[in-house]
Write a protein that binds this ligand. Sequence first.
Ligand SMILES: *Cc1c(COP(=O)(O)O)cnc(C)c1O
Length: 367
Amino acid sequence: MALDIPLVDLRSAHAEIAAEVAAGFDRVMSDAVYVGGAEVRAFEREYARFCGAPHCVGVGNGTDALELALRALGVGPGREVILPANTFIATAEAVARSGARPVLVDCDPATHLIDTDAALAAVTPATAAVVPVHLYGQPAAVERLVPAGVPIVEDAAQSHGATRFGRQAGASGVATTSFYPGKNLGAYGDAGAVVTADPEVADRVRVMASHGSRTPYVHEVAGCNSRLDALQAVVLRTKLTRLRSWNLARQAAAARYDALLDGLGVRRPTVAPGNTHVWHLYVVRVPGGRRDHVRRRLLSAGIATGIHYPVPVHLTPAFAGLGHRRGAFPHAEAAAAEILSLPMHPHLTAGQQEDVVKALAAALADA
Ligand SMILES: *Cc1c(COP(=O)(O)O)cnc(C)c1O
């Protein structure tokens, strides 16, 4: 069914940049360097500069970026990594793939970001790292995790361009990101990066991601293959020149939603003090067990919505082995039952937002 108002609008984004992308693709095809090469190096430089970070290493996707960053910091079997229970499954997968045990903690009920007190309380002698997730597009309170005394790896897959006290993820530590097509900075396929101030982490990630070698056929470590393609770098370089203005458009759209939703009976998103939010997702909470009804009503009105994410990590079959029961992380579980992501993207119009909120009000009235 063709929806009148989609959750994201990648077609409009492409229309804006189509000519530049086509010219870049021609450039790559005439050079015939498809993996790595000048386009990839140029994107890495440009994205590092955008983040205010010394180093960026492009890799195959955001999940690999996180696993490689953890491994570069020495995380592995027998160790523990602390992460929030309410994240995309990839955060937990990357920890598990590093060989370490995921140690889940609850979230703050207002911002849905990691509960930093719970994270500090979960530290043990086996803790090798903590992974705050900059969920929905605003940074977690990374500075409050410093007393844990372990490396912090920021999962910045949803927060391209967001700042906390003026600083972007990775500017002074280690952050990973995803350029999955629907992210604020999205490729035309899978892609990701590690952004860091630490030259050794950058070097280790680059070597591991390229078959453990820096010189062809000299394999220093048993690595893997997780590299950025030149064609994806072309798309990312082109979109990066729009990212600031596209994030501003998202911020304007979020402010319009905030005003339109005032008094409607849904809980609007909370932005933590010190943060700029880049609204990867605009997530409201629909209380009173009405969320699924509201979602169905919006769908029949041609309006797409999302649930990010319907099942917290500890209640997925994939991570049942961690041994947590329902009730283990009450804030994450309560959020999963109430959250609703409204259409959000840089090309969303004020008229579309009015239609979304009108349909939402009607759905709430008969719930
Ligand atoms: C998208 C995402 C990832 C994974 O990125 P992929 O590129 O899909 O592997 C990891 N963490 C979070 C929070 C994400 O939103």
